[in-house]
Design a protein around this ligand. Sequence first.
Ligand SMILES: Cc1cc2nc3c(=O)[nH]c(=O)nc-3n(C[C@H](O)[C@H](O)[C@H](O)COP(=O)(O)OP(=O)(O)OC[C@H]3O[C@@H](n4cnc5c(N)ncnc54)[C@H](O)[C@@H]3O)c2cc1C
Length: 402
Amino acid sequence: MKDFDVVIAGAGPAGSSAARVLASQGFRVLMLERQRTVAQFIPCAEGISRRMLVTFTPEDPRWIAARVDRVQVWAPEEQTLEVLTPHVGYILERKVFDRYLVNQAVLAGADLQTGATVLRAERQQDGVTVVYQHQGREKRVTARLVIGADGPGSVVGRSLGLNLEMEPREIHRCHQVLLADASIEAERMEIAVGHEVAPGGYAWVFPKDQGLANVGVGILGDQEQARHYTLRFVAQRFPRGRILGELASVVPTGGQRMDLVGDRVMVVGDAARLADPLSGGGIPPALESGKIAGEVAAQALEQDRLDASFLTRYPERYWQNNGRYQDLSLRIRDFYLTLNDADLAYLARSLKPVFDGKILSSPDAFSLVRRVLLERPGLMVFLLRKGRKALVDYLQERILGG
Ligand SMILES: Cc1cc2nc3c(=O)[nH]c(=O)nc-3n(C[C@H](O)[C@H](O)[C@H](O)COP(=O)(O)OP(=O)(O)OC[C@H]3O[C@@H](n4cnc5c(N)ncnc54)[C@H](O)[C@@H]3O)c2cc1C
Protein backbone atom coordinates (compact mmCIF):
# COMPACT_ATOMS: atom_id res chain seq x y z
CA MET A 1 0.00 0.00 0.00
CA LYS A 2 1.39 3.37 -1.00
CA ASP A 3 1.54 6.25 1.49
CA PHE A 4 -0.77 8.32 -0.77
CA ASP A 5 -2.75 7.91 -3.96
CA VAL A 6 -1.27 11.11 -5.35
CA VAL A 7 1.62 13.37 -4.37
CA ILE A 8 1.46 16.87 -5.84
CA ALA A 9 4.61 19.00 -5.96
CA GLY A 10 3.74 22.71 -5.64
CA ALA A 11 0.77 24.42 -4.02
CA GLY A 12 0.20 27.19 -6.58
CA PRO A 13 -3.12 27.52 -8.45
CA ALA A 14 -2.40 24.45 -10.63
CA GLY A 15 -1.47 22.14 -7.73
CA SER A 16 -4.30 23.33 -5.49
CA SER A 17 -6.88 22.85 -8.25
CA ALA A 18 -5.76 19.28 -8.93
CA ALA A 19 -5.60 18.52 -5.19
CA ARG A 20 -9.11 19.82 -4.54
CA VAL A 21 -10.65 17.71 -7.31
CA LEU A 22 -8.87 14.54 -6.17
CA ALA A 23 -9.40 15.00 -2.44
CA SER A 24 -13.08 15.79 -2.89
CA GLN A 25 -13.47 12.39 -4.60
CA GLY A 26 -11.97 10.67 -1.58
CA PHE A 27 -8.41 10.05 -2.84
CA ARG A 28 -5.50 10.38 -0.40
CA VAL A 29 -3.55 13.42 -1.59
CA LEU A 30 -0.36 15.04 -0.29
CA MET A 31 0.77 18.47 -1.48
CA LEU A 32 4.45 19.27 -1.00
CA GLU A 33 5.23 23.00 -1.09
CA ARG A 34 8.75 24.35 -0.80
CA GLN A 35 7.74 27.70 0.75
CA ARG A 36 7.38 27.68 4.51
CA THR A 37 4.15 29.62 4.24
CA VAL A 38 1.98 29.04 1.19
CA ALA A 39 1.72 31.93 -1.26
CA GLN A 40 4.41 33.97 0.45
CA PHE A 41 6.33 34.71 -2.74
CA ILE A 42 4.25 35.01 -5.90
CA PRO A 43 5.91 36.44 -8.98
CA CYS A 44 2.86 37.78 -10.80
CA ALA A 45 1.28 41.01 -12.07
CA GLU A 46 -2.03 39.52 -10.87
CA GLY A 47 -4.18 40.43 -13.88
CA ILE A 48 -7.04 38.17 -14.94
CA SER A 49 -10.04 38.63 -17.19
CA ARG A 50 -13.37 38.55 -15.42
CA ARG A 51 -14.60 35.87 -17.83
CA MET A 52 -11.74 33.57 -16.82
CA LEU A 53 -11.99 34.27 -13.09
CA VAL A 54 -15.67 33.43 -12.87
CA THR A 55 -15.14 30.19 -14.78
CA PHE A 56 -13.11 28.88 -11.87
CA THR A 57 -13.89 30.80 -8.68
CA PRO A 58 -16.38 33.29 -7.25
CA GLU A 59 -15.76 37.04 -7.69
CA ASP A 60 -14.94 37.62 -4.05
CA PRO A 61 -13.83 41.12 -2.95
CA ARG A 62 -11.32 39.49 -0.60
CA TRP A 63 -9.03 38.59 -3.51
CA ILE A 64 -9.88 41.44 -5.86
CA ALA A 65 -7.49 44.39 -5.47
CA ALA A 66 -8.81 46.43 -8.38
CA ARG A 67 -11.17 46.39 -11.33
CA VAL A 68 -9.99 47.07 -14.89
CA ASP A 69 -12.17 49.38 -16.98
CA ARG A 70 -9.68 50.78 -19.50
CA VAL A 71 -6.55 49.61 -21.26
CA GLN A 72 -3.98 52.07 -22.58
CA VAL A 73 -1.32 50.99 -25.06
CA TRP A 74 1.94 52.89 -25.60
CA ALA A 75 3.96 52.26 -28.76
CA PRO A 76 7.12 53.81 -30.26
CA GLU A 77 7.02 57.27 -31.87
CA GLU A 78 4.72 58.39 -29.03
CA GLN A 79 1.75 56.49 -30.37
CA THR A 80 -0.93 55.78 -27.78
CA LEU A 81 -4.44 54.45 -27.79
CA GLU A 82 -6.91 53.80 -25.04
CA VAL A 83 -9.68 51.21 -25.20
CA LEU A 84 -12.68 51.34 -22.89
CA THR A 85 -13.24 47.87 -21.47
CA PRO A 86 -15.91 48.20 -18.77
CA HIS A 87 -15.39 45.61 -16.04
CA VAL A 88 -13.25 43.45 -18.33
CA GLY A 89 -11.04 42.08 -15.59
CA TYR A 90 -9.38 42.35 -12.24
CA ILE A 91 -6.05 42.77 -10.58
CA LEU A 92 -6.06 40.06 -7.96
CA GLU A 93 -4.60 39.98 -4.48
CA ARG A 94 -2.88 36.70 -5.24
CA LYS A 95 -1.66 36.05 -1.72
CA VAL A 96 -5.30 35.85 -0.65
CA PHE A 97 -6.45 34.12 -3.84
CA ASP A 98 -3.78 31.39 -3.77
CA ARG A 99 -4.35 30.76 -0.05
CA TYR A 100 -8.07 30.41 -0.72
CA LEU A 101 -7.30 27.78 -3.38
CA VAL A 102 -4.95 25.85 -1.07
CA ASN A 103 -7.52 26.05 1.69
CA GLN A 104 -10.20 24.63 -0.62
CA ALA A 105 -7.95 21.64 -1.29
CA VAL A 106 -7.21 21.16 2.40
CA LEU A 107 -10.88 21.48 3.36
CA ALA A 108 -11.66 18.81 0.75
CA GLY A 109 -9.27 16.50 2.60
CA ALA A 110 -5.81 16.98 1.02
CA ASP A 111 -2.72 16.91 3.25
CA LEU A 112 -0.21 19.74 2.94
CA GLN A 113 3.44 19.78 3.93
CA THR A 114 5.09 23.21 3.68
CA GLY A 115 8.84 23.86 3.72
CA ALA A 116 9.15 20.66 1.64
CA THR A 117 11.30 20.97 -1.49
CA VAL A 118 10.87 18.12 -3.94
CA LEU A 119 14.31 16.96 -5.13
CA ARG A 120 13.28 14.22 -7.55
CA ALA A 121 10.75 11.52 -8.29
CA GLU A 122 11.62 7.88 -9.02
CA ARG A 123 9.35 5.53 -10.93
CA GLN A 124 8.86 1.92 -9.84
CA GLN A 125 6.79 -0.86 -11.40
CA ASP A 126 3.86 -0.23 -9.09
CA GLY A 127 4.23 3.40 -8.07
CA VAL A 128 6.46 6.43 -7.61
CA THR A 129 8.70 7.57 -4.80
CA VAL A 130 9.00 11.30 -4.26
CA VAL A 131 12.18 12.44 -2.55
CA TYR A 132 12.05 15.79 -0.79
CA GLN A 133 13.97 17.95 1.65
CA HIS A 134 12.23 18.98 4.85
CA GLN A 135 13.84 20.66 7.85
CA GLY A 136 17.33 19.79 6.58
CA ARG A 137 16.53 16.09 6.15
CA GLU A 138 15.89 14.04 3.03
CA LYS A 139 12.55 12.26 3.17
CA ARG A 140 10.71 9.85 0.88
CA VAL A 141 7.03 9.30 0.28
CA THR A 142 5.36 6.78 -2.03
CA ALA A 143 2.30 7.25 -4.22
CA ARG A 144 0.47 5.67 -7.13
CA LEU A 145 0.76 8.89 -9.17
CA VAL A 146 2.71 12.13 -8.98
CA ILE A 147 1.61 15.51 -10.34
CA GLY A 148 4.24 18.17 -11.06
CA ALA A 149 2.72 21.58 -10.30
CA ASP A 150 6.14 22.92 -9.38
CA GLY A 151 6.45 25.76 -11.88
CA PRO A 152 8.81 26.32 -14.83
CA GLY A 153 11.47 23.65 -15.26
CA SER A 154 9.48 21.15 -13.16
CA VAL A 155 11.75 18.87 -11.10
CA VAL A 156 9.03 16.21 -11.14
CA GLY A 157 8.59 16.25 -14.91
CA ARG A 158 12.30 16.26 -15.68
CA SER A 159 13.22 13.52 -13.21
CA LEU A 160 10.56 11.23 -14.72
CA GLY A 161 11.81 11.80 -18.26
CA LEU A 162 9.26 14.25 -19.70
CA ASN A 163 10.63 16.46 -22.44
CA LEU A 164 10.33 19.95 -20.94
CA GLU A 165 13.20 21.59 -22.81
CA MET A 166 12.70 25.25 -23.69
CA GLU A 167 14.73 27.38 -26.08
CA PRO A 168 15.82 30.86 -24.90
CA ARG A 169 13.18 32.47 -27.13
CA GLU A 170 10.53 30.47 -25.29
CA ILE A 171 11.30 31.97 -21.88
CA HIS A 172 10.47 35.53 -20.94
CA ARG A 173 12.54 36.96 -18.10
CA CYS A 174 10.50 39.29 -15.94
CA HIS A 175 11.20 41.89 -13.32
CA GLN A 176 8.49 43.72 -11.42
CA VAL A 177 8.18 46.36 -8.74
CA LEU A 178 5.32 47.18 -6.43
CA LEU A 179 5.05 50.91 -6.94
CA ALA A 180 3.38 53.69 -4.94
CA ASP A 181 2.65 56.83 -6.96
CA ALA A 182 -0.18 59.32 -6.77
CA SER A 183 -0.38 59.50 -10.57
CA ILE A 184 -1.29 55.83 -11.00
CA GLU A 185 -4.80 55.81 -12.40
CA ALA A 186 -7.17 53.36 -10.75
CA GLU A 187 -8.95 50.96 -13.14
CA ARG A 188 -6.56 51.72 -16.06
CA MET A 189 -4.21 49.00 -17.17
CA GLU A 190 -1.23 50.15 -19.26
CA ILE A 191 0.86 48.18 -21.72
CA ALA A 192 3.97 49.59 -23.43
CA VAL A 193 5.78 47.99 -26.36
CA GLY A 194 8.98 48.76 -28.27
CA HIS A 195 12.61 47.73 -28.28
CA GLU A 196 13.64 50.63 -26.06
CA VAL A 197 11.05 49.60 -23.48
CA ALA A 198 10.92 45.80 -23.56
CA PRO A 199 12.73 43.92 -26.36
CA GLY A 200 10.69 40.87 -27.37
CA GLY A 201 8.05 41.51 -24.73
CA TYR A 202 6.19 44.37 -23.10
CA ALA A 203 6.03 46.57 -20.02
CA TRP A 204 2.94 46.68 -17.83
CA VAL A 205 1.27 48.89 -15.24
CA PHE A 206 -1.44 46.96 -13.41
CA PRO A 207 -3.09 49.25 -10.82
CA LYS A 208 -3.97 47.86 -7.43
CA ASP A 209 -5.81 49.55 -4.56
CA GLN A 210 -4.44 52.43 -2.45
CA GLY A 211 -2.55 54.07 -5.36
CA LEU A 212 -0.29 51.05 -5.79
CA ALA A 213 0.55 49.20 -8.99
CA ASN A 214 2.48 46.18 -10.21
CA VAL A 215 4.87 47.68 -12.75
CA GLY A 216 7.14 45.36 -14.64
CA VAL A 217 8.79 44.25 -17.83
CA GLY A 218 9.05 40.85 -19.52
CA ILE A 219 11.75 40.48 -22.20
CA LEU A 220 13.72 38.01 -24.22
CA GLY A 221 17.05 38.52 -22.53
CA ASP A 222 18.61 37.86 -19.16
CA GLN A 223 17.34 38.61 -15.68
CA GLU A 224 19.69 41.60 -15.15
CA GLN A 225 18.46 43.18 -18.38
CA ALA A 226 14.86 42.66 -17.27
CA ARG A 227 15.66 44.59 -14.08
CA HIS A 228 17.43 47.33 -16.02
CA TYR A 229 14.46 47.83 -18.38
CA THR A 230 12.00 47.79 -15.47
CA LEU A 231 13.83 50.41 -13.43
CA ARG A 232 14.29 52.58 -16.52
CA PHE A 233 10.60 52.31 -17.41
CA VAL A 234 9.61 53.20 -13.85
CA ALA A 235 11.98 56.19 -13.77
CA GLN A 236 10.61 57.55 -17.06
CA ARG A 237 6.93 56.81 -16.51
CA PHE A 238 6.68 57.46 -12.76
CA PRO A 239 9.55 59.77 -11.76
CA ARG A 240 7.98 60.38 -8.35
CA GLY A 241 7.22 56.70 -7.75
CA ARG A 242 8.34 54.89 -4.64
CA ILE A 243 9.37 51.26 -5.02
CA LEU A 244 7.97 49.14 -2.20
CA GLY A 245 9.36 45.82 -3.41
CA GLU A 246 11.01 44.03 -6.34
CA LEU A 247 10.73 40.53 -7.70
CA ALA A 248 12.23 38.57 -10.55
CA SER A 249 11.06 35.43 -12.31
CA VAL A 250 10.38 33.77 -15.65
CA VAL A 251 7.33 32.88 -17.70
CA PRO A 252 7.52 29.92 -20.07
CA THR A 253 5.93 31.35 -23.23
CA GLY A 254 6.91 28.68 -25.79
CA GLY A 255 3.37 27.39 -25.99
CA GLN A 256 4.45 24.22 -27.84
CA ARG A 257 2.49 21.07 -27.18
CA MET A 258 5.03 18.79 -25.57
CA ASP A 259 4.88 15.90 -23.10
CA LEU A 260 2.40 16.64 -20.32
CA VAL A 261 2.12 13.03 -19.11
CA GLY A 262 4.15 9.85 -18.75
CA ASP A 263 3.56 6.62 -16.86
CA ARG A 264 2.38 7.65 -13.36
CA VAL A 265 3.18 11.34 -13.93
CA MET A 266 1.36 14.48 -15.08
CA VAL A 267 2.54 18.11 -15.20
CA VAL A 268 0.21 21.11 -14.91
CA GLY A 269 0.30 24.92 -15.07
CA ASP A 270 3.71 26.55 -15.54
CA ALA A 271 5.37 23.15 -15.07
CA ALA A 272 3.61 22.18 -18.30
CA ARG A 273 4.52 25.54 -19.95
CA LEU A 274 0.87 26.40 -20.54
CA ALA A 275 1.02 30.20 -20.11
CA ASP A 276 -0.37 32.21 -23.03
CA PRO A 277 2.55 32.66 -25.48
CA LEU A 278 1.42 36.20 -26.32
CA SER A 279 0.45 37.75 -22.98
CA GLY A 280 2.29 35.41 -20.60
CA GLY A 281 -0.97 35.02 -18.64
CA GLY A 282 -0.70 31.75 -16.76
CA ILE A 283 -3.32 31.85 -13.99
CA PRO A 284 -6.26 30.57 -16.09
CA PRO A 285 -4.19 27.78 -17.73
CA ALA A 286 -2.95 26.75 -14.27
CA LEU A 287 -6.49 26.58 -12.88
CA GLU A 288 -7.88 24.76 -15.90
CA SER A 289 -5.03 22.28 -16.38
CA GLY A 290 -5.05 21.47 -12.66
CA LYS A 291 -8.78 20.82 -12.73
CA ILE A 292 -8.71 18.64 -15.85
CA ALA A 293 -5.63 16.73 -14.71
CA GLY A 294 -7.33 16.10 -11.35
CA GLU A 295 -10.45 14.75 -13.05
CA VAL A 296 -8.49 12.46 -15.39
CA ALA A 297 -6.26 11.31 -12.51
CA ALA A 298 -9.35 10.38 -10.50
CA GLN A 299 -10.62 8.16 -13.34
CA ALA A 300 -7.15 6.66 -13.81
CA LEU A 301 -6.85 5.82 -10.10
CA GLU A 302 -10.30 4.30 -10.04
CA GLN A 303 -9.57 2.07 -13.02
CA ASP A 304 -5.94 1.52 -12.02
CA ARG A 305 -4.84 2.80 -15.44
CA LEU A 306 -1.90 5.02 -14.57
CA ASP A 307 -0.10 4.52 -17.86
CA ALA A 308 0.72 7.42 -20.20
CA SER A 309 -1.81 6.28 -22.81
CA PHE A 310 -4.70 6.67 -20.32
CA LEU A 311 -3.37 9.85 -18.71
CA THR A 312 -3.07 11.48 -22.13
CA ARG A 313 -6.81 12.16 -21.90
CA TYR A 314 -5.75 15.18 -19.83
CA PRO A 315 -3.77 16.99 -22.56
CA GLU A 316 -6.37 15.91 -25.12
CA ARG A 317 -9.12 17.58 -23.13
CA TYR A 318 -6.99 20.62 -22.38
CA TRP A 319 -6.08 21.20 -26.04
CA GLN A 320 -9.62 20.52 -27.17
CA ASN A 321 -10.67 23.54 -25.10
CA ASN A 322 -7.62 25.71 -25.75
CA GLY A 323 -5.84 24.51 -28.88
CA ARG A 324 -7.51 26.92 -31.29
CA TYR A 325 -6.69 29.96 -29.18
CA GLN A 326 -3.15 28.73 -28.48
CA ASP A 327 -2.56 28.35 -32.21
CA LEU A 328 -3.67 31.94 -32.88
CA SER A 329 -1.67 33.28 -29.97
CA LEU A 330 1.51 31.48 -31.06
CA ARG A 331 1.24 32.77 -34.61
CA ILE A 332 0.70 36.36 -33.48
CA ARG A 333 3.54 36.06 -30.96
CA ASP A 334 5.95 34.76 -33.63
CA PHE A 335 4.98 37.66 -35.87
CA TYR A 336 5.30 40.16 -33.01
CA LEU A 337 8.89 39.03 -32.42
CA THR A 338 9.84 40.03 -35.99
CA LEU A 339 8.61 43.63 -35.65
CA ASN A 340 10.90 46.64 -35.27
CA ASP A 341 9.92 49.92 -33.62
CA ALA A 342 8.80 51.52 -36.89
CA ASP A 343 6.48 48.52 -37.50
CA LEU A 344 5.05 48.78 -33.98
CA ALA A 345 4.40 52.51 -34.46
CA TYR A 346 2.75 51.80 -37.83
CA LEU A 347 0.52 49.14 -36.24
CA ALA A 348 -0.47 51.46 -33.39
CA ARG A 349 -1.38 54.18 -35.90
CA SER A 350 -3.42 51.69 -37.94
CA LEU A 351 -5.24 50.32 -34.91
CA LYS A 352 -6.03 53.71 -33.39
CA PRO A 353 -9.23 54.26 -35.40
CA VAL A 354 -10.40 50.74 -34.49
CA PHE A 355 -9.83 50.96 -30.76
CA ASP A 356 -9.08 54.43 -29.43
CA GLY A 357 -11.96 55.66 -27.29
CA LYS A 358 -14.09 52.69 -28.37
CA ILE A 359 -15.97 50.44 -25.99
CA LEU A 360 -15.15 46.73 -26.02
CA SER A 361 -17.55 44.99 -23.69
CA SER A 362 -16.41 41.38 -23.64
CA PRO A 363 -13.60 41.04 -26.13
CA ASP A 364 -12.49 37.58 -27.12
CA ALA A 365 -9.33 37.17 -29.17
CA PHE A 366 -11.04 35.83 -32.29
CA SER A 367 -13.63 38.58 -32.58
CA LEU A 368 -10.95 41.21 -31.90
CA VAL A 369 -8.68 39.95 -34.67
CA ARG A 370 -11.67 39.62 -37.00
CA ARG A 371 -12.72 43.17 -36.29
CA VAL A 372 -9.19 44.46 -36.95
CA LEU A 373 -8.96 42.62 -40.27
CA LEU A 374 -12.38 43.82 -41.41
CA GLU A 375 -11.80 47.45 -40.42
CA ARG A 376 -8.15 47.63 -41.52
CA PRO A 377 -7.83 45.31 -44.55
CA GLY A 378 -4.60 47.12 -45.46
CA LEU A 379 -2.91 45.21 -42.64
CA MET A 380 -2.93 42.09 -44.81
CA VAL A 381 -0.70 43.97 -47.28
CA PHE A 382 1.59 44.92 -44.37
CA LEU A 383 1.81 41.23 -43.38
CA LEU A 384 2.65 40.20 -46.93
CA ARG A 385 5.31 42.92 -47.11
CA LYS A 386 6.79 41.45 -43.93
CA GLY A 387 6.92 38.02 -45.62
CA ARG A 388 4.10 36.50 -43.54
CA LYS A 389 2.14 34.79 -46.31
CA ALA A 390 1.44 31.77 -44.08
CA LEU A 391 -0.10 34.06 -41.45
CA VAL A 392 -2.24 35.82 -44.07
CA ASP A 393 -3.52 32.44 -45.32
CA TYR A 394 -4.26 31.35 -41.77
CA LEU A 395 -6.14 34.58 -40.94
CA GLN A 396 -8.12 34.45 -44.16
CA GLU A 397 -9.10 30.83 -43.69
CA ARG A 398 -9.51 30.55 -39.91
CA ILE A 399 -10.60 34.02 -38.85
CA LEU A 400 -12.32 35.66 -41.81
CA GLY A 401 -13.57 32.42 -43.37
CA GLY A 402 -14.82 30.97 -40.08
C1 LIG B 1 6.42 38.76 -13.32
C2 LIG B 1 5.26 37.87 -13.69
C3 LIG B 1 4.03 38.43 -13.92
C4 LIG B 1 2.93 37.62 -14.24
N1 LIG B 1 1.72 38.19 -14.40
C5 LIG B 1 0.64 37.44 -14.68
C6 LIG B 1 -0.64 38.02 -14.81
O1 LIG B 1 -0.83 39.24 -14.64
N2 LIG B 1 -1.69 37.21 -15.11
C7 LIG B 1 -1.54 35.87 -15.29
O2 LIG B 1 -2.53 35.18 -15.60
N3 LIG B 1 -0.32 35.27 -15.15
C8 LIG B 1 0.77 36.01 -14.84
N4 LIG B 1 1.99 35.43 -14.67
C9 LIG B 1 2.08 33.97 -14.78
C10 LIG B 1 1.50 33.30 -13.52
O3 LIG B 1 2.04 33.89 -12.37
C11 LIG B 1 1.82 31.80 -13.54
O4 LIG B 1 1.56 31.30 -14.83
C12 LIG B 1 0.98 31.03 -12.51
O5 LIG B 1 1.33 31.38 -11.20
C13 LIG B 1 1.20 29.53 -12.70
O6 LIG B 1 0.61 28.81 -11.64
P1 LIG B 1 1.25 27.40 -11.20
O7 LIG B 1 0.42 26.88 -10.11
O8 LIG B 1 1.48 26.57 -12.40
O9 LIG B 1 2.70 27.77 -10.69
P2 LIG B 1 3.13 28.69 -9.46
O10 LIG B 1 2.11 29.69 -9.15
O11 LIG B 1 4.51 29.15 -9.81
O12 LIG B 1 3.21 27.66 -8.26
C14 LIG B 1 4.23 26.69 -8.20
C15 LIG B 1 4.42 26.33 -6.76
O13 LIG B 1 5.37 25.26 -6.68
C16 LIG B 1 6.28 25.52 -5.64
N5 LIG B 1 7.51 24.77 -5.98
C17 LIG B 1 8.39 25.04 -6.98
N6 LIG B 1 9.36 24.11 -7.00
C18 LIG B 1 9.09 23.24 -6.00
C19 LIG B 1 9.73 22.07 -5.50
N7 LIG B 1 10.85 21.61 -6.06
N8 LIG B 1 9.17 21.43 -4.45
C20 LIG B 1 8.02 21.88 -3.87
N9 LIG B 1 7.38 22.99 -4.29
C21 LIG B 1 7.90 23.66 -5.34
C22 LIG B 1 6.44 27.02 -5.65
O14 LIG B 1 6.91 27.50 -4.40
C23 LIG B 1 5.01 27.48 -5.95
O15 LIG B 1 4.26 27.64 -4.76
C24 LIG B 1 3.10 36.21 -14.36
C25 LIG B 1 4.37 35.65 -14.15
C26 LIG B 1 5.44 36.46 -13.82
C27 LIG B 1 6.77 35.82 -13.56
